[in-house]
Write a protein that binds this ligand. Structure first.
Ligand code: FAD
Length: 319
C-alpha cells in the first residue's frame, strides 16, 4: 500500500523508521536483527537509505596513492525486496538519489522497483561527495530532487525516456521528498528553500519527511511556514535519538541543526555514552509525545545500525 494511503486511512499517528544498508562485508541478518525487535510496535513502513560511491585513496606498494571509487553501503534494492517479502505486513520505502545516476540509470532502478512490486519511493538529490564542495550531477543526470520527482511522475503517466515506446505501463509510485525545518545547509534562508520544496510537491511528491530536529518548536514553525507557502501535503517529522556524547557536536556540523540547551546540558553532563544513550531515549519519548499531541501523521525514526533506542521509544509510545 502507498504511504499516502496508509496516512489517509489511519485515524492515529503511525510509527515508521529508516535503516541503512550494512557496511560492505556484512550479512543481511544484521538487518533482520535490527527490524525484528521493532515489529511488535507495528511499523507502517520502513525506509532504506541509498549510498552513493565515495572516492578513497589506497596506498600502493610503490608508495603512490591509487584513487578508487567504492560503495561502502551497497544493497538498497535487494534489502528493500528482502524486507518486502520477509515482512509482508510492513511497507518498504527505498530511497533513490540523483547523485551517481544518469536519467537512464534512474529509469532502470525504477523498473527494478516496479518489477519487485515496490510502490513507495523517497526521492532525494544526495549530498556532494566528501572530497567535493558542491554537488555535481552525472552527465544527463538530475541536478535537483524536483526533476527526479518529475521523472517518476512521468513514468506513473506511462512516459519513459524512450519516446518511441508505445502503450508503456503506468507505474504507480507514491513519492515522498525531504524537508528541512532548519533549512537545507546550502539554502540562503528558509523562504528560498520552501520554493524548491513546493516545486517537489508540484512535480508529484505526495508527502514530506523532515530532517532530524531536537526542538519540536522548529517542526511546528516549519509546518506553519509550509502551509503559508501553499504546501499542503502531510509532513512527517523525522527523529534521531542521540546515541553518544560526541553526537552533540557532530550532528549540527553534518545536518545544519541546532540542539536545544537543555538537551546539550543533559548529554554533556553524562559520565558515559551509555548514559547519553539513555538521555537520547528520554528526549525521544518526550518529543514523540508532544508531536503526537500536535497531531502528526507519522513519527519516523532514523536508526543508525542499532534499534534498541527506537525499540524503547516505541514501547513507551506505540504499545
Ligand atoms: P533538493 O530538494 O534538490 O535541494 C537541495 C538544495 O538545492 C536545497 O538547498 C534547495 O533549496 C536547492 N534547490 C532545490 N531545487 C532547486 C532548483 N531547482 N534550483 C536551485 N536550487 C534548488 N542522502 C543520501 O545520499 N541517501 C539517502 O538515502 C538520504 N536519505 C535522506 C532522508 C531524509 C529524510 C533526509 C531529510 C535526507 C536524506 N538524505 C539522503 C540527504 C539528502 O540527500 C541531502 O540533504 C541533500 O543535500 C539534499 O537532498 P534533497 O532531496 O533535499 O535536495
Amino acid at each position: 500500500m502507498k504511504v499516502i494511503d496508509l496516512i489517509n486511512k489511519s485515524g492515529k499517528t503511525l510509527f515508521s523508521f529508516e535503516l541503512l544498508p550494512p557496511l560492505r562485508g556484512n550479512n543481511i541478518t544484521s538487518i533482520y536483527k535490527l527490524v525484528d525487535p521493532l515489529l511488535p510496535f507495528h511499523p507502517s513502513f520502513i525506509n532504506v537509505t541509498y549510498h552513493q560511491e565515495e572516492v578513497v585513496y589506497k596506498k600502493r606498494e610503490n608508495g603512490l596513492l591509487e584513487k578508487k571509487s567504492v560503495r561502502k553501503r551497497p544493497g538498497t534494492v535487494a534489502i528493500s525486496a528482502a524486507i518486502k517479502y520477509k515482512y509482508p505486513e510492513v511497507e518498504v520505502v527505498p530511497h533513490i538519489i540523483c547523485g551517481g545516476f544518469s536519467k537512464e540509470e534512474t529509469e532502470y532502478a525504477l523498473i527494478d522497483f516496479h518489477y519487485l512490486g515496490i510502490d513507495n519511493i523517497l526521492a532525494l538529490r544526495g549530498d556532494a561527495p566528501k572530497n567535493q564542495r558542491t554537488f555535481i550531477p552525472e552527465p544527463n543526470g538530475h541536478a535537483f530532487a524536483n526533476s527526479l520527482v518529475s521523472q517518476i511522475a512521468a513514468m506513473n503517466n506511462g512516459k519513459y525516456l524512450d519516446v518511441d515506446l508505445q502503450n508503456s505501463f503506468h507505474t504507480n509510485f507514491c513519492v515522498g521528498v525531504a524537508g528541512y525545518p532548519e533549512k537545507h545547509i546550502e539554502s540562503p534562508n528558509l523562504a528560498y528553500d520552501l520554493q524548491f520544496l513546493k516545486a517537489k510537491i508540484e512535480a508529484g511528491a505526495e508527502y514530506i519527511v523532515t530532517q532530524m530536529f531536537y526542538d519540536n518548536r522548529k517542526y511546528f514553525d516549519f509546518v506553519e511556514s509550509c502551509r503559508k507557502a501553499g504546501i499542503n501535503v502531510p509532513i512527517i517529522p523525522g527523529l534521531k535519538p542521540i546515541c553518544t556524547i560526541k553526537e552533540i557536536n557532530v550532528l549540527p556540523q553534518i545536518f545544519n541543526i541546532d540542539i536545544p540547551e537543555e538537551l546539550v546540558k543533559q548529554v554533556i553532563g553524562c559520565p558515559t555514552n551509555e548514559d547519553a544513550f539513555k538521555a537520547g531515549i528520554d528526549w525521544g519519548i518526550k518529543q514523540s509525545e508532544e508531536l503526537i499531541k500536535f497531531g502528526v501523521p507519522v513519527v519516523h525514526y532514523f536508526s543508525v545500525g542499532i534499534s534498541e533506542n527506537i525499540r524503547q521509544i516505541a514501547k513507551a509510545i506505540f504499545s
